[in-house]
Design a protein around this ligand. Structure first.
Ligand SMILES: [Zn+2]
Ligand SMILES: [Zn+2]
Length: 642
């Protein structure tokens, strides 16, 4: 018998060799139908693979990342099987599951092209094969045998991959007549895959190397239910309309210039002002919570990042050091603000009474991303973090967490992200050696985070083994208006940097102690946050944030003088106002400006001029009637107040 421990810590005994699927069946048939993968001591495996030792397990359904991963990776294999039947001799590169769906890079052979118009036929073949309920069979295989297999098949890409693998750890998966080199895990069989959509085709260089052959990448997505696919496709349509790159252009917020460089956003006046308003909003909150602003340069000596460990992490795979004319000097574009802040902490001695110290900076950092990975404002090479580092005593951790949670709550509320979830990432209790910091400190910190989330009423998901090696953390994920999840704020405990920078404070015992460091960024980065905000609001920002709050529409040229007077009055009251002086009919002016997402339209003509009023229209809602100028200012100020 073996002991199986479930996520709720309950333990049951089973016969050695039991599978995840059998365990699911022992709980309920409904569960068995839905379970797609199983984590066995933190390793995700096939549900039909025998478990031979005592284990902590978690059964994954489609809702879990692990379940989706197995589902979509199996779908990639299913697509490959379909392709092989339609295009005999086709060769395969790699075919992973991705965040939404899967792809496979394929080489259909000389003279053969797969285009969008071929996708429906491939989908049909996939449906036919899925219905046959083909079992995914896992086989451990020697390097020689697997090489033989793929050489015989003529699959040069797989042969190249196999040559880099170590003998003794190689597995293949078979379903129907299709065999793939693969680590797994996979579904029990293809019949789970009920709804299939192949989305697009792109070119992709083999191994991302532009000197090598360009393969055909086919993207697809699948679901266990047709309804889920329908909803997903609808969401994609909606997402297209809200794409921050499109809206950012329409609203003149930001741009990219190939001359300046890929992944380096240029903020246009309206975007820069919007961003500044967001920064000021957060700065105001942070002052209330005892943060002190600091400013640090965009580069630092290479040695600084060797000390912090960031050189090891970012050095080789990111921007290379900048050399000066004087020999021996090397600087790195700042990949993180933390080392600079540690040096500021170290600039003077600290007593336990001075803690916590909270340094905040909108710090711009630079990290190299491959050009294929860049995406609008969400994946860039230079970005500004709303960064802060809190240096506190271990006994202050919980209180500090509560305060940061309060700030994040306030931000989400003000910016209308009402739907969010949280995750606490803790150590892997079975592999404590891989974490830095004392056992006692870890236990304290983990307890502090969990208590803080409970006190703040957060229903946080607790994930074991997801902590960074240097400390546990709390992440916030928001769900946007069309149901997509975005990772935003993070609160991260760090025992590593205080050690590396030899940070100290004098305790009440007159001895030296290490402070705990907390990294926190409620927005994450300004770039990414604004991208998410654009897509969440479809460009209809809250009134206090929006670039232009009001536009005055004179009925004809005769009323331009009066419109100017209103403009001056509103601008003097700090309301961002424009005038549309085009020689157009008022109906057209209204229609055009409605499209620009300007929240309030003020129509002025004969009546308004005589009575010193404006006729108010709310974007998307229509006529709100006339108001005295002062009355309108009072009204709008009430709406703006945050
Ligand atoms: Zn695979
Ligand atoms: Zn940091």
């Amino acid at each position: 018998m073996i002991k199986i421990t479930f996520p709720d810590n309950s333990v049951k005994e089973f016969n050695k060799g039991i599978t995840g699927l059998d365990i699911a069946k022992s709980i309920s048939n409904g569960l068995a139908k839905e379970v797609l993968a199983v984590s066995v001591n933190n390793e995700t495996r096939d549900v039909n693979r025998p478990i031979n030792e005592d284990a902590r397990i978690k059964l994954h359904k489609f809702d879990d990342t692990e379940g989706k991963h197995a589902f979509w990776h199996s779908s990639a294999h299913l697509m490959a099987e379909a392709l092989e039947q339609i295009y005999p001799g086709i060769k395969f590169g790699i075919g992973p599951a991705i965040e939404n769906g899967f792809y496979y890079d394929v080489d259909p052979g000389d003279g053969v092209q797969i285009t969008d118009s071929d996708l429906p036929a491939i989908e049909n073949k996939m449906r036919e094969l899925a219905r046959q309920k083909e079992t995914f069979v896992r086989k451990e295989i020697s390097k020689n045998d697997v090489l033989e297999l793929f050489k015989k098949k003529g699959d040069e890409y797989k042969v190249e991959l196999i040559n880099e693998l170590e003998d003794g750890q190689i597995t293949i998966y078979e379903q129907g007549n299709f065999t793939d080199l693969c680590k797994g895990p996979h579904l029990s069989d293809t019949s789970h895959i009920k709804a299939i959509k192949l989305l697009s085709i792109a070119g992709a260089y083999w191994r991302g190397d532009e000197n090598r052959k360009q393969l055909t990448r086919i993207y697809g997505i699948t679901f266990p239910k047709q309804k889920m696919l329908d909803e997903y496709l609808l969401m994609l349509e909606e997402a297209k309309a809200r794409d921050h790159r499109k809206i950012g252009k329409e609203l003149e917020l930001f741009m990219f210039s190939p001359r300046v460089g890929q992944g380096l956003p240029l903020w246009l006046p309206k975007g820069a002002q919007l961003r500044e308003r967001l920064e000021n909003f957060l700065k105001k909150v942070q002052v209330q919570y005892g943060y002190e602003p600091v400013l640090t340069p965009h580069i630092g000596q290479k040695e600084l990042y060797v000390t912090s460990g960031h050189y090891e992490k970012y050095g080789k795979d990111s921007f290379q050091p900048i050399k000066t004319p004087a020999e021996g000097e090397e600087f790195l574009l700042k990949p993180m603000n933390c080392p600079h802040h540690c040096e500021i902490y170290n600039s003077k001695p600290h007593s336990y009474k001075d803690l916590p110290v909270r340094y905040a900076e909108f710090g711009t950092v630079y990290r190299y991303e491959q050009s294929g990975e860049l995406h609008g404002l969400t994946r860039v090479r230079g970005f500004t973090q709303d960064d802060a580092h809190i240096f506190c005593r271990p006994d202050q951790l919980k209180e500090e967490f509560i305060k940061v949670i309060d700030i994040i709550h306030y931000i989400f509320k003000t910016l209308d992200f009402s739907d969010f979830t949280t995750q606490v990432s803790l150590r892997d209790p079975y592999d404590k050696e891989k974490y830095i910091g004392s056992d006692e400190n870890w236990e304290k910190a983990e307890k502090a985070i969990i208590e803080a989330t409970r006190e703040k009423g957060l229903d946080a998901v607790i994930e074991y083994g997801e902590a960074a090696f240097y400390g546990p953390k709390l992440d916030f994920m928001v769900r946007d208006a069309i149901g997509r999840k975005w990772q935003l704020g993070t609160i991260q405990v760090d025992y590593n940097l205080p050690e590396r920078f030899d940070l100290e404070y004098t305790g009440s015992d007159d001895q030296k102690h290490r402070p705990v460091m907390i990294h926190r960024a409620p927005f994450g980065s300004m770039e990414r946050f604004i991208a998410v905000l654009i897509e969440h609001t479809a460009g209809k920002f809250p009134l206090w944030l929006t670039p232009d709050q009001v536009i005055i529409l004179p009925i004809s040229e005769k009323y331009h003088d009066y419109a100017e007077k209103v403009l001056k009055f509103l601008n003097n009251s700090d309301i961002r106002t424009l005038i549309d002086k085009r020689n157009e009919k008022i109906g057209k002016k209204i229609r055009d400006n409605e499209l620009k997402h300007i929240p309030y339209l003020l129509i002025v003509g004969e009546n308004e001029q005589e009575s010193n009023t404006v006729s108010v229209r709310k974007q998307g809602e229509g006529d709100k009637g006339p108001m005295k100028q002062e009355e309108f200012v009072d009204f709008i100020k009430k709406v703006i107040r945050v």
